[in-house]
Design a protein around this ligand. Structure first.
Ligand code: R2B
Ligand code: URA
Length: 306
């Protein structure tokens, strides 16, 4: 089913799932969130969600909800934002007004499990017109550290815009298209903010942080410094400006569900100049605030229009 077609002419877009088996189930247990359709009133808890932000670390996603609460003037007088998934330590989830903030851990398998349950949660809650943004960190190529990359296309380690997964022993290839209009809006937002540089470019999504990203500092390495530089130069020539570990499956799953999706990652270092993240804790912490500042500003401007 093509979500775009089904919705033509309609003003609100639901969150699609494509699984006939779900209808036959008496209840749906969202195990890794410790939530479920029989135990929780998902429409009452989540029906008003319009923006979902996901990011690797539980701590960062809590800090994001505190930040966005301030931006939207929705601060809790006690300033306490409970973790909605407190019954499990797999993922953390926070909500303020129309904004949901969820952690996804590191790598494709971790974010993929989280997204299956998140997309079902939004579907069961009857949410409509949801925008979802991954805020994260990455290694840059040929960019000043601290630059934000808003992903145009998420590409694999051969620089192709696709996500491949083995299902029933067969390779299934899915598209990694993201919303071009949303990317452009985020770039304009960054330009208006004028606090740091942002670019729209391709993001390479890898299965590993070390050899998968051509690092020379892992426990194993079978290539030379020249091989590494050659690979990064080829990535750069193909339009890649940053490398991270979740964007491909994020883009492919959000597209299948008909959500407007974007990936906003800060570059922590220039990979052509090094591999180790040796900046001070404070510097790295400050850089990690940038995607949150940009997306916070974007949500604020959009909320004023709702
Ligand atoms: C960026 O940073 C993490 C690795 O340090 C990984 O989750 C990613 O995509
Ligand atoms: N995250 C990555 O995946 N790679 C980096 O180099 C930095 C952060």
């Amino acid at each position: 089913m093509d979500p775009g077609h089904e919705n033509q002419g309609s003003s609100s877009c639901p969150v699609y799932v494509h699984n006939p088996h779900l209808k036959t189930m008496k209840e749906d247990v969202l195990y890794h969130f410790n939530l479920g359709t029989s135990t929780h009133n998902l429409p009452a808890l989540f029906g008003d969600v319009k923006f979902v932000c996901v990011g690797g670390s539980p701590w960062r996603m809590k800090s994001f909800i505190e930040y966005i609460a301030g931006e939207l003037g929705l601060e809790d007088p006690k300033s306490e934002y409970p973790n909605i998934c407190a019954g499990t330590d797999r993922y953390a989830m926070y909500k303020v007004g129309p904004v949901l903030s969820v952690s996804h851990g590191m790598g494709i398998p971790s974010i993929s499990i989280m997204l299956h349950e998140l997309l079902k949660l939004l579907h069961h809650a009857h949410c409509t017109d949801v925008t979802i943004i991954r805020i994260g960190t990455s290694g840059g190529i040929g960019l000043e550290p601290g630059t934000i990359v808003i992903t145009k296309q998420s590409v694999d380690a051969t620089f192709l815009p696709k996500f491949e997964q083995v299902i029933l022993g067969k390779n299934v290839v899915r598209s990694t298209d993201l919303d071009t209009e949303l990317a452009e809006q985020l770039l304009q937002c960054s330009n208006r903010l004028n606090q740091f540089k942002s670019v729209i470019a391709n993001t390479m999504c890898t299965m590993d942080f070390y050899e998968g990203q051509a690092r020379l500092d892992g426990a194993f390495c079978s290539y030379t410094q020249e091989d590494k530089q050659d690979y990064l130069a080829k990535a750069y020539a193909s339009g890649v400006r940053n490398i991270e570990m979740e964007s491909s499956v994020f883009a492919s799953m959000c597209k299948l569900s008909g959500l407007k999706a974007a990936v906003v990652c800060v570059t922590l270092l220039d990979r052509q100049k090094g591999d180790q993240l040796s900046g001070s804790h404070q510097v790295l912490h400050d850089l990690q605030q940038r995607p949150q500042i940009l997306v916070g500003h974007f949500i604020k401007t959009q909320s004023l229009e709702i």
